[in-house]
Design a protein around this ligand. Structure first.
Ligand code: NAG
Ligand code: NAG
Ligand code: NAG
Ligand code: NAG
Ligand code: NAG
Ligand code: NAG
Ligand code: NAG
Ligand code: NAG
Ligand code: NAG
Ligand code: NAG
Ligand code: NAG
Length: 653
């Protein structure tokens, strides 16, 4: 996907940095030449498994060059509170691990990049795997290296109540969803009279509202992989990382891991796990629950971890989720390391579902893998309004036929709850349900499709609350609705699309935009004749007066602020091919205004933004989620509510 091309190019070449505008970094979260992961300020759940990675760097050239080989005799100690520091081997009663060595290179700034002069760094490193701290309190971890230099990390094992207060958790993630988008979705999906809405979003009805800060460990803008890691593990990480801190080695699989909420919940309680997403399943937000890799693009590895967990060394008892529903059939019919995962899942007793009809008909007693399309799932707008767009070669079997019978997020989520409830008994369940294409459609500036996905998420939440209420399990289920990051989206007025199309000059076309009193009222409920069983969607997606909406940072594009009836938008195209130089797509937004981008020209899409994102909470422990806090606090809140903080080592695992 091109949306991540620029991210992965950037992240592969550039590892961390320090100062000004486009910062390149030697290694994120390691400003000195001695690196400790988990780094300073890391918080842990008592009993949560994690790996330690130590690195000593010796830059061979560049501004930090020290002209010496890296220290091979570095030592590492750990101390709780005021206690005397103990060598790590003594602290955890483990063998010392072998010394590793490698080199890596990075660019110190844009000038070095343009001149193709990378700085080369020689590294000595060690890793200690599968450790846990059981006693709450503050710890000091110290790496001593280079004859007297030291890197200290203060770690906190949080002191959480051990009593379990909720049986189940549903975590809804509107990928990329912000308060501004919720406001816009409400405007088109709900009828208003004289400034008063006649109905509310389901999210609006949640009793507790919080704000979480989404920034990553080494950059203030996050991607979905490292924000998923923060929410699922309580540890901030680096762009593209899933369940690991990023080290500097080449392998994307040897980075220091941290255990996720799904793994801990399953290991300690035997509770069941469900994963639902409208993205391809190997995508970051679903992947983050089980995968542990520096590179979110290791899709084969991701799918293997869904089924088998970590296989390199015994990390945790993992026997697969009860429910895995979404898109991305290409990872299930194309072999990875000679294994075809439809077959692998079937061998482990999963029923394989490939369309909506069989999803709805499936028994609730068996575990289920539901993969309903190749690539990302069809958008709500295409499944419900512009259905001819489903006519593409995306069948989940890989036979190149269209995937016409796809479920929506609501059907997948309700079925997941049926299966989890049926199978989990007293043990309870944890379900993550992601509206992935809010983000994917905002990336391509397809605001209508993004808002359609958001309204579908809200409709799903409403149906979930009703279902749990009907089955008497609402009071034993914590429901959270949040996002992993935002996009700089907002609505600033309205557009008279008829007037816009009738003008010939761009500066005159801008008259079509109505601001303040000329914005008027939303036309999406008043015109048109679309009706749905659950009616909180627009009656028309194509009124004359549309929303004047957009993002803070864009590629070049042409805007006519009208719905894209022919399928998801392609705002910019590469000219010439393979030039990494993107211009407004001449076929997009005809009769619209040409707007030049502000992003670097290799971007064909919009990007994530800094904004805090909302957290709506309902159910047991809802009070833990009010106020303003860090994304990692979501993990600790869920873990506390599920009673997962264990002060003593479990007798057996
Ligand atoms: C690692 O150390 C060994 C032994 O000193 C050396 O032969 C090898 O070239 C080193 N590898 C790297 C990548 O520096
Ligand atoms: C550092 O050394 C490498 C390999 O010798 C070289 O390619 C690179 O240009 C050097 N970088 C700087 C900043 O001098
Ligand atoms: C540390 O001390 C040793 C012995 O005095 C010396 O050989 C080495 O170069 C020193 N290393 C650093 C990084 O200063
Ligand atoms: C297992 O670990 C080794 C070394 O730590 C690494 O090279 C390899 O890629 C890992 N494999 C997987 C599947 O994680
Ligand atoms: C996959 O199968 C081929 C052909 O049988 C074999 O050469 C290769 O080693 C296998 N790869 C793995 C990872 O098992
Ligand atoms: C749905 O899947 C079932 C089972 O694979 C298959 O028999 C049926 O034909 C499919 N229905 C459609 C509409 O594709
Ligand atoms: C589906 O697409 C194919 C190829 O683009 C086309 O030939 C066919 O007429 C389309 N069918 C429908 C029902 O739109
Ligand atoms: C749950 O159902 C009861 C009985 O129908 C109703 O009174 C109550 O408002 C419902 N609660 C929620 C949160 O929907
Ligand atoms: C209303 O419905 C009719 C018939 O279903 C359709 O032809 C027409 O285009 C619709 N009008 C609008 C404004 O959506
Ligand atoms: C606006 O652009 C879209 C996408 O190219 C196109 O489908 C639509 O017809 C255009 N609408 C108007 C009113 O020009
Ligand atoms: C937009 O960019 C094009 C070149 O890509 C340039 O010719 C044009 O002047 C720019 N327009 C504005 C309004 O800056």
């Amino acid at each position: 996907m091109s949306s991540f091309k620029s991210i992965s190019v950037a992240a592969a070449v550039l590892l961390a940095g320090s100062v000004s505008a486009q910062t390149f970094q030697r290694l994120g979260a390691c400003p000195t030449l001695g690196c400790v992961f988990p780094p300073d300020q890391a918080d842990f759940l008592a009993g949560q498994f994690f790996d330690i990675r130590l690195e000593v760097h010796a830059p061979k050239n560049g501004t930090e060059a020290i002209g010496l080989p890296p220290d091979e005799k570095f030592t590492f100690t750990l101390a709780k509170g005021d206690e005397a520091p103990k060598p790590v081997t003594e602290y955890f009663a483990i063998q010392d691990s072998k010394l590793e060595n490698w080199t890596f290179s990075w660019y110190e700034d844009l000038f070095a990049r343009d001149a193709k002069k990378p700085t080369v760094v020689d590294v000595r490193a060690k890793a200690y795997r599968r450790l846990a701290l059981y006693e709450p309190g503050e710890y000091t971890a110290t790496l001593n290296y280079n004859n007297g230099s030291s890197t200290k990390a203060t770690w906190l094992v949080r002191d959480l109540a051990e009593e379990r207060k909720t049986k189940n958790v549903v975590l809804f993630i509107g990928d990329g969803m912000t308060t501004n988008m919720i406001t816009a979705a409400r405007l088109i999906g709900h009828k208003s009279i004289n400034g008063k809405y006649q109905s509310k979003m389901q999210m609006d009805k949640f009793p507790v509202l919080g704000h979480q800060m989404t920034h990553s460990i080494d950059s203030f803008i996050t991607d979905s992989a490292n924000s998923a890691s923060a929410i699922y593990t309580g540890h901030k990480s680096t762009v593209n990382c899933l369940g690991v801190y990023a080290d500097s080695s080449k392998s994307p699989f040897d980075d220091p891991k941290v255990e996720t909420i799904a793994e801990i919940f399953h290991r300690l309680t035997g509770g069941h796990v469900g994963i639902v997403s409208t993205a391809f399943l190997a995508d970051a937000t679903p992947a983050g629950l089980t995968a542990h890799t520096r590179a979110r693009s290791e899709y084969g590895h991701v799918v293997d971890t869904f089924l088998n967990g970590i296989t390199n060394y015994t990390w945790t008892k993992w026997d697969g989720p009860d429910v895995l529903f979404g898109g991305g059939a290409e990872q299930f019919y194309t072999p990875y390391l000679n294994k075809t995962y439809y077959t692998e899942f079937a061998k482990k007793g999963y029923q394989i579902l490939q369309n909506r009809t069989s999803l709805l008909a499936a028994p609730n007693t068996e575990r289920a893998l539901g993969v309903f399309t190749t690539s990302n799932m069809a958008k709500w707008l295409d499944r419900n309004v512009y259905r001819s767009n489903l006519n593409q070669s995306l069948s989940p079997t890989g036979d190149k036929k269209p995937a016409l019978d796809q479920p929506g997020l609501k059907e997948m989520t309700l079925k997941a709850i049926d299966i989890l409830s049926e199978r989990s008994g007293d043990k309870g369940w944890f379900l993550m349900s992601e509206a992935a294409s809010i983000d994917k459609m905002m990336h391509v500036l397809d605001y209508d499709r993004a808002l359609g996905e958001l309204l579908e998420l809200d409709d799903t939440i409403k149906a979930t609350v009703n279902k749990l209420n009907e089955t008497n399990s609402l009071k034993e289920t914590l429901i959270l609705v949040t996002a992993d990051h935002g996009h700089g989206f907002d609505v600033m007025g309205s557009v008279d699309t008829r007037y816009l199309a009738a003008q010939n000059v761009d500066r005159k076309k801008r008259d079509a935009i109505g601001v303040y009193q000329n914005s008027g009222l939303s036309q999406y409920q008043n015109t048109g004749n679309l009706t749905y069983t659950d009616s909180n969607f627009p009656k028309s997606w194509d009124p004359r007066y549309t929303l004047f909406q957009g993002l803070m940072a864009d590629p070049d594009r042409r805007e006519n602020w009208s719905v894209h009836k022919d399928g998801p938008r392609t705002p910019a195209v590469e000219v010439p091919e393979d030039s990494d130089d993107y211009y407004a797509n001449p076929k997009d937004g005809k009769d619209g205004i040409l707007l030049n981008g502000t992003l670097p020209v290799e971007n064909d899409q919009g990007v994530h933004s800094l904004t805090d994102v909302p957290v709506f909470a309902m159910g047991p422990c809802q009070e833990l989620f009010g106020g303003v806090y860090n994304s990692v606090d979501l993990f600790f809140g869920m873990a506390e509510c599920l009673g997962l903080g264990r002060g003593t080592p479990p007798a057996e695992q």
